[in-house]
Each structure stands twice: as structure tokens, then as C-alpha cells.
Design a binder for this molecule. Structure first.
Ligand SMILES: [Cu+2]
Length: 498
């Protein structure tokens, strides 16, 4: 072979080899996605620790292996069924039907069997709703309520929902997330004629899905006026791990200007917040027995605003969305999760940490209402809305001269202070059964898109929810604190060897 021939052979062989590689790569692309460089060695797990290091790591994690239904705990290792309580069932017996859905501050739509179908009636109406005591606002809603009452059904039900239009304008109802016959989907003109004022329309379909759904008007301005409600379809067989409680909270917000009670549905900004039609602290807390497994279904039906929903003192698993229940392998532990407009998220956790815990949207402007009362010196210091409205012409002096040097801070004065409630409003807020035994003045820190859940040992739960004994302010909170301190005395930190 000459030197020249050798070079030619090299080129020929290389070209053939390259062509072969390209053909192989194309085949690989067609069958299994993009071409990747092949590492010489592949591993699908981290390299195991040397035995001594593994023993040491296991030893270090041993105190965190237990998950307790009764106290904050971790449940290591990562893939165990009890990790952060992931698959720890509630206290109910197995084999029972799903627990009824609970909607604080809202009703459910009653039903009866008519001609072989569960029949519900929805009345589309102008409604008024007291977002806070003394703040009665006007919306569009259903059956006298904002948001509408919850529809509760079971997978496999054949249903009929008769919609009666008592609004001064046409409407339709859309069943959000349901896979139903097209002429039942509730989009005006595209699939049905609008239901005219005074008319009714019967939506009939069968339910093969299960999960967190909702219904709403398919007229955008009516949606911004509040026309929505829960549509819960329980599974035919109870989901495991079974829960003891199943709550629903619908988040909404509205722009309601000074001197009006009617939301501006065209607005891009929002100053009034509602959970199930009430603002914190008028939102009724979820009262839970210590040790129960809880599901909270959060739906955001705000016109434009997304809500990062946060809970205190517990870690929840995201177990479902408005699409469906999530396979176990894709559940995510969180304590804040973003729920976007027209989305729903199911939270599940074991209530193992006694006390009163906030559940709220974490957007600061959503954590309070119409800020004119709260961002004090900018507008008018310490002035209730009624006084403000009675004297619209005068403007407060904004003073940067403070006697206390602590106030001489660049950017001041965005002074945050509390909403000025009337005595009557405070009575309405404090007098609810669910609020018995909370710390005095608790309501000062629960505002806007805030509510809370109370995890109560059984005896205190019964005292609050089922007894007529008087419960002094702060009693339940102090009792929980006292019991924890007693437990800590009995189980000193040295027990853990740390
Ligand atoms: Cu928010």
C-alpha cells in the first residue's frame, strides 16, 4: 500500500464510519428522542457510601425516622410511605365512603332524585354579601350566595342541574374540568343559546371523573362579579390514604372603590379579598381534631390574581389539581404552593401540631383589604372608613417629624396598623363557636386572604365545638402551651443524645 493509497483508505473508512454513526443517530432520534453524547459508564443511582460512612449516616438520621401523628416529626427515609406523613391514613375506619365535603361560610346545593337523575337547582341572582361585619357588598352569585353553594356528587352519578336565570342579563353555566357532552358545556353561542332573564335550562350529564371541579358563568364580566362555586365529585371508592376531613376554600378578589358597594369588573387592580365570600378575620376557621388527616381543596376564582397559598406549622402534600388526583409518585411536599386563576389544588397533611395556624395567600397586597385605612399617614392616620367618607374634602398632613428617632427611616412612613373595627364587628368576629378560646385580639393579624386552622386535642375540640361551657379568651391556646411544656419537662432534650 502506498502512502497515497493509505490516506485514501483512511478517508473512505472514516466517511463510511461517519455515515454509519449518522444513520444510527437518526434511528436513535426517531425512536428515543434527541441524540446525546454517550458517557462511557452510566449509573442510575449515586455511588453507595463506604460501609463505615453509611453506618454513620444511618445513625445520624435515626432520630428522624419516626413520623408521629401526634407531634411534628419527619418520617425519614425519603421514599418511605410515612415520609412527612405522605401516606399516613386518617383516624377513620377503612372501607367507609368518602367524608362529606365541608365549606366554611358556604352552603351546599340540595338535590333529590327526579326521573333517575340527581337533580340540583341553581338560581343565578344578584346577591349581597357581608365580606366583613358592616361591609355588605353587591355581587352576582347563585342561590343567594357569593361564591355559589357547593355541588357535591359521586363518581358515577347521573345528574341534572336546572339553571334558572334571575339576573337582568343573559347567562350560561360552564362546568369547569368536566368531560361532558358538548351541548352541556355551557359556552354561549358556541354550544348553546344564552339563558335569557326569566328562563331556565337543564344541564344533564353523567359523571365518570372524580376530583376538585367548579362551575362558573361563562360571561367574563359575570365571572369577575363572583359567579362561581365548588363542584366536588367524590371517588366511587374512597381515596387512600383516607382523610378524616375534606374542606374547600374558594379565593376571590374584587375592586370596590370608595363610596360604592359594587365591584368594578373592568378593573385590573383589586382591593377586597374573600375566602368563601368572607375576608379575614371574618373567615371561619377550620377546626380539626389533633391527629386527623386533612384535605383542603383551594380554588382560585379571582379574575386576575394568582395566590401563593401558605400554611403554618405543617407541611402538606400536593395530591391533586383541578385536572385530577395526582399519582403518588408525583406528590410534592410544600408549605406554599401557587394556585393560579381558575386552578384548584388539593393539600393533604396529618394535623400533628396542636395550636392555631394561619392559612393564607402570601401576596402582601392580598393579606389586607383596601389599604387606604391601613397605610396610615399616606392617607389619613387611624381613620375608620365612615369618618373618612364623611370628610372627603380635607387631606391629612403627612409629617416626617417624629419624636421617636426610630421613625426617622428612609422610605418611612408606610406605617402598617390594624384595621379599625367597630365594637359590633368585633363581637360578630369573636362570638363564633369556632373562635372560642383563641388569644385575645387574635383577629388583628388575620386579614384579607387569610384564614386559619385550629388543631385541638380531643377534649379541647369537644369543649370548643360541642359544649356550652364558657371558654375564656386565650384558654385553649394557653392550655395547649401548658401541655407542650409539660411534655418537654417529661422528655428532656438529652433523651435524643444531642
Ligand atoms: Cu393572593
Amino acid at each position: 500500500m502506498t502512502k497515497h493509497d493509505g490516506r485514501r483508505d483512511f478517508i473512505k473508512n472514516t466517511t463510511l464510519a461517519t455515515l454509519g454513526t449518522l444513520a444510527g443517530a437518526q434511528a436513535a432520534r426517531a425512536s428515543s428522542g434527541p441524540e446525546l453524547a454517550r458517557p462511557e459508564v452510566t449509573r442510575d443511582a449515586p455511588e453507595p457510601l463506604p460501609p463505615a460512612a453509611a453506618r454513620k449516616a444511618a445513625e445520624a438520621m435515626r432520630p428522624f425516622e419516626e413520623f408521629s401523628r401526634w407531634q411534628p416529626s419527619y418520617g425519614w427515609p425519603l421514599d418511605s410511605p410515612h415520609y412527612v406523613g405522605k401516606l399516613v391514613p386518617g383516624l377513620r375506619e377503612p372501607g367507609l365512603p368518602p367524608v362529606p365535603f365541608e365549606t366554611p361560610d358556604l352552603d351546599k346545593v340540595p338535590w333529590k332524585i327526579v326521573d333517575g337523575r340527581k337533580e340540583y337547582h341553581l338560581y343565578c341572582q344578584p346577591v349581597s354579601r357581608e365580606l366583613l361585619p358592616g361591609y355588605r357588598m353587591n355581587f352576582f352569585g347563585y342561590n343567594g350566595s357569593l361564591p355559589g353553594p357547593a355541588i357535591e356528587a359521586v363518581q358515577g352519578d347521573r345528574i341534572r342541574i336546572v339553571v334558572h336565570n334571575e339576573l337582568p342579563e343573559p347567562t350560561t353555566v360552564h362546568w369547569h374540568g368536566l368531560e361532558l357532552p358538548v351541548d352541556m358545556d355551557g359556552v354561549p353561542f358556541l354550544v348553546q343559546d344564552p339563558i335569557m332573564p326569566g328562563d331556565s335550562f337543564a344541564y344533564e350529564y353523567d359523571l365518570h371523573q372524580a376530583g376538585t371541579f367548579f362551575y362558573h358563568s361563562h360571561m367574563p364580566m359575570q365571572e369577575a362579579f363572583g359567579m362561581a362555586g365548588f363542584f366536588i365529585i367524590h371517588p366511587a371508592a374512597t381515596w387512600e390514604p383516607r382523610v378524616d376531613r375534606d374542606f374547600g376554600l374558594m379565593f376571590q378578589n374584587f375592586q370596590i372603590g370608595p363610596n360604592t358597594t359594587v365591584p368594578d369588573a373592568m378593573a385590573m387592580d383589586w382591593n377586597w379579598q374573600a375566602i368563601n365570600g368572607r375576608s379575614g378575620p371574618f373567615t371561619t376557621p377550620l377546626v380539626i381534631k389533633h391527629g386527623q388527616r386533612v384535605r383542603i381543596r383551594v380554588v382560585d376564582f379571582s379574575p386576575q390574581q394568582h395566590h401563593p397559598i401558605h400554611i403554618h406549622g405543617h407541611t402538606f402534600w400536593v395530591t391533586g389539581h383541578e385536572g385530577s388526583r395526582i399519582p403518588y409518585s408525583a406528590w410534592i411536599p410544600r408549605n406554599n404552593t401557587l394556585v393560579g386563576v381558575a386552578q384548584g389544588t388539593d393539600f393533604e397533611f396529618v394535623a400533628n401540631n396542636p395550636g392555631d395556624w394561619l392559612l393564607h395567600c402570601h401576596m402582601v397586597h392580598h393579606m389586607m383589604n383596601h389599604m387606604t385605612e391601613q397605610v396610615g399617614p399616606r392617607i389619613r392616620q387611624q381613620t375608620p372608613l365612615a369618618t373618612f367618607k364623611a370628610d372627603l374634602q380635607s387631606r391629612p398632613n403627612v409629617s416626617f417629624d417624629h419624636e421617636n428617632p426610630a421613625f426617622d427611616v428612609v422610605g418611612y412612613p408606610e406605617m402598617m396598623h390594624m384595621h379599625a373595627y367597630s365594637d359590633e364587628a368585633i363581637r360578630a368576629i369573636e362570638s363564633r363557636r369556632e373562635c372560642r378560646g383563641l388569644r385575645p385580639q387574635w383577629y388583628k393579624a388575620v386579614k384579607g386572604l387569610m384564614t386559619f386552622f385550629r388543631v385541638l386535642p380531643e377534649d379541647l375540640y369537644n369543649l370548643v365545638m360541642h359544649s356550652d361551657e364558657p371558654v375564656p379568651p386565650g384558654y385553649v391556646f394557653e392550655e395547649i402551651k401548658r401541655r407542650r411544656k409539660e411534655y418537654e419537662r417529661k422528655h428532656p432534650a438529652t433523651e435524643l443524645g444531642r
